[in-house]
Each structure stands twice: as C-alpha cells, then as structure tokens.
Design a binder for this molecule. Structure first.
Ligand SMILES: [Zn+2]
Length: 441
C-alpha cells in the first residue's frame, strides 16, 4: 500500500534567515494577488480567465518589473499560481467561494516541490537558495521526500515534509474487538468494560480557562493598536498549545486502540450538522442558542472528527477493520435484550432497561450497541458474499474499510452476563485514563 505521510518539524533559524523566509512568503503573496487581479481584469474585459500556463508565462515579465521577485525559488511562485487555479476549481466543486486577495499573515506558506533534501542523520533539510536548515528533529521521517511546505505558526517557522513510501499491510495480530461511543462528558467510551473511559487530559481545561482570560484581554485593547497585536499573539500561542495537546492525546489513544484490536466499531456521526448553530435568522431567531453553542463547543472540543480520521488511516495501515455504523438508537437500545425505548434513559448518565431491568453506564451501553451493530453488518455482508441468505435486517450499511482481518462474529447477544459482546480484556491498554461523569448528547 502506497502511503503519503506528513512529518512536521520546527526550524532552527537565525533572525536574518527568518527575515529571508518572510520576504519569500511576501513574494508568493504578491504573485498570487497580482495574478488574481489580472484574471479579474481579463474577465471584466470579456475575455477568458487566464489559466495556469498563461499565468506562468507572465512571470518573467513580472520579475523584470519587480526585480525583488527573483529572490525566492521560482517553483514557489509557480506553486502560488497553481494554488490560485486550484482555488478556482474548488469554487465549482465545493462550498468555498471564489478565491480572494490574501493579506499579510493569511495563508503565509511556501511549497517547494523540487530540489529539497532531507538529511536524517544530521537532522537537516537543504532548501534551494537558502542552504542547510537545522530542524528540531524529534523523529525520523520515513519514505521518499515528495515536497516540502514552509509555514509560520505562532511565531515559529515549521517545515512539513510530505513523503511517500510502500507500507506492507499485515493482518492484525490482536483478536480483541471494540465499539467506541463518542460522547460529550466522556470523550470516547469503549465497549470493553476493562478499558477505562477515555478523557481529554485535565490540563486542557486549565489552558481553556486561560484562553478565556486572554480573549477578554484582546477585546479590551483598542482596534489596530500595537498592544492588541501583542495580546492576539499571546492568545494564538494559547490556542496552539491546546490544539497540540488535543492532537497529541488523540494520537496516543487511537494508536493504543488500533494496536490492541482487530475490529473497531464507531458511529457514523455527521459532526458538521450536529454542531450547526441554532441562531437562526434575524426574522426567525432560534431557541436555546447559547446552550446549543455550549454543546457545540464541547462536541468540537472532544475532537471526534480528528479521532475518526486518525482511526481511519491508522486502521488501514495496520490491517485493522474499522466499521462505521448508523448512529440511530444506539443510545436508546438495551445492549442485553435489544429493547429500544426512550424511557430506557432515566437520566443522562444511566441506562436502565424497562423490559429486562439491565442497568449500566449509558455511554458503555451505547458502545456495546455500536459493536453489536458492526458485527451484525459484517456477518450479513459475509453471508451475501458467500451466496447465502442475509441475516435479519441490519439496517443500511456504513462504510467498511477494505482490509482483511481476523474477526470474531456474534449475532445479537442474549445477555451481557454471558460475555455476549466483548472479547477478553487486553492488559495495559489505556491505563492512566481517568473516570469522570457521563452525559450522552
Ligand atoms: Zn433490556
């Protein structure tokens, strides 16, 4: 399997060389804006909008008019034109509008597709026209370097190395299966009772309180003032810390989950529509806007989408099967007898079946239902392939990753006491994760 992966490193640069990079991204921005203005002018005159080749052909003339454009590598300027053409394509294929003029500090990046070399032994990259640049070499990038992107992130220059390599996908050696319920109070709840609920680290909360103070500090400063700029910079650093902590944490727990399971079942949640604003319009304002905004913030804070995309690629690389099941009724159905009713949820955190009396943490119950749904879907998909009759209707299928893995399949479990759903516990997984309260959305 051919895999493209990004490896990111902070650069160790002297101030003079940082100034060079700032000039380079400035040149790139100038070329982008100039080309966009040219395209708009041509369209106004009733002519066809110039494409990539026509824009590239104008570069020598631009350089003659503005000799400082010769400083950055020419490929970086061509990539700016390529990005502009891509942005026009995106206008017709996505929800993005037409490309806009960029101002300083907006998308200040620089992509170099050629002539960059990565020296893993010395922890260096060799860039055209700049020479060797030392990296904060926290890990070794694997594969062949395909392109390198420079960007400024919270006052620090970062190089993103995109590499390509062949990864041999082996069948997962683990035999355990798990269902995951993405929740609000509990970030991720595994169906396996021996696995602790997965919570975001508490220090993120501390930084969030600090961010609130910094936001207030920004709003107190006069618009356009130097002090406001400084306050915004401090706020951005805090934002970045929180994002990095969340990313790091989700990487750790998704890696743990993928390493110790051969089947992972998740809910096929539409995070985007779930976190839509309740504000409505001026004519018909929505209700409970503030409460919904708070819920949206909590959902986004838990990083469900990020966790899912990490699980997706990690599962594909390591031969683990990831199944996304339709989320309907996973929180209302009883994992022991299958009885589905809204009355089963007496409280947000507790599930209590009105038919069989089965009582359990509501998120854990939902996670078990997710796993059962996935196993049912896989079982019927298997029977269809082998020409057999499909099992009792499992609803519509979610997506299956096309990876072979050893599977333990069960039909709907009769009782949790029989050990119905989950495989034997796996020692050492997700230890050190704390148990807090639960609240299913
Ligand atoms: Zn029940």
């Amino acid at each position: 399997m051919l895999v493209r992966q990004g490896f990111q490193y902070a650069l160790r640069l002297k101030p003079q060389r940082e100034a060079v990079l700032r000039r380079w991204v400035g040149c790139r921005r100038f070329v982008f804006n100039e080309a966009l203005a040219h395209q708009r002018a041509e369209v106004t005159l009733g002519r066809k909008r110039p494409g990539y080749a026509a824009l590239c052909a104008r570069l020598p003339e631009l350089k003659r008019l503005h000799p400082w454009l010769c400083e950055p590598p020419a490929q970086a300027l061509q990539q700016a034109l390529k990005d502009l053409c891509k942005a026009w394509d995106a206008k017709y294929t996505s929800h993005f509008g037409a490309p806009r003029f960029k101002k300083k500090g907006e998308c200040d990046t620089l992509r170099l597709p050629q002539d960059c070399q990565y020296d893993a032994a010395a922890g260096l990259v060799h860039l055209p026209k700049l020479g060797a640049v030392r990296l904060r070499h926290s890990r070794t990038a694997q594969g062949v370097l395909k392109n390198l992107t420079l960007r400024q992130e919270r006052g620090c220059w970062v190089a993103s190395l995109q590499t390509e390599r062949e990864v041999e996908v082996l069948a997962s050696v683990a035999s355990a299966v798990v269902g995951l319920d993405f929740g609000v109070a509990t970030t991720i709840m595994p169906s396996n009772e021996t696995l602790a609920p997965i919570e975001l680290p508490a220090r993120i909360g501390r930084y969030e309180r600090r961010m609130k103070r910094l936001q207030q500090a920004v709003s107190r400063k006069k618009r356009g003032s130097a002090n406001r700029k400084k306050a915004v910079a401090r706020l951005n650093v805090c934002h970045g810390r929180i994002a990095a902590m969340r990313r790091d944490f989700l990487h750790q727990c998704t890696t743990d989950l993928v390493r110790s399971h051969s089947l992972i079942a998740i809910e096929d949640l539409a995070v985007k529509s779930m976190t839509a604003s309740a504000a409505g319009t001026a004519k018909s304002p929505g209700r409970n806007v503030k409460a919904k905004a708070g819920l949206n913030r909590t959902i986004l804070r838990n990083g469900w989408s990020m966790a899912r995309s990490m699980l997706e690629y990690k599962a594909a690389w390591s031969g683990v099967m990831l199944v996304a099941v339709p989320p309907a009724y996973t929180s209302q159905a009883c994992s022991a007898c299958g009885h589905t009713a809204a009355e089963n949820r007496k409280a947000q955190a507790v599930f209590e079946c009105v038919t069989c009396g089965h009582s359990e943490n509501a998120d854990r119950n939902a996670a078990k239902n997710i796993l059962a749904k996935a196993q049912l879907m896989l079982g019927s998909a298997d029977e269809l392939l082998s020409g057999g009759r499909p099992a009792s209707t499992p609803g519509h299928c979610g997506e299956l990753t096309p990876v072979e893995a050893p599977l333990v399949r069960r039909k709907r479990p009769r009782s949790a006491a029989q050990g119905g759903l989950v495989e034997p516990p796996l020692a050492g997984t997700n230890s050190g994760l704390s148990l807090l309260g639960n609240l299913h959305p």
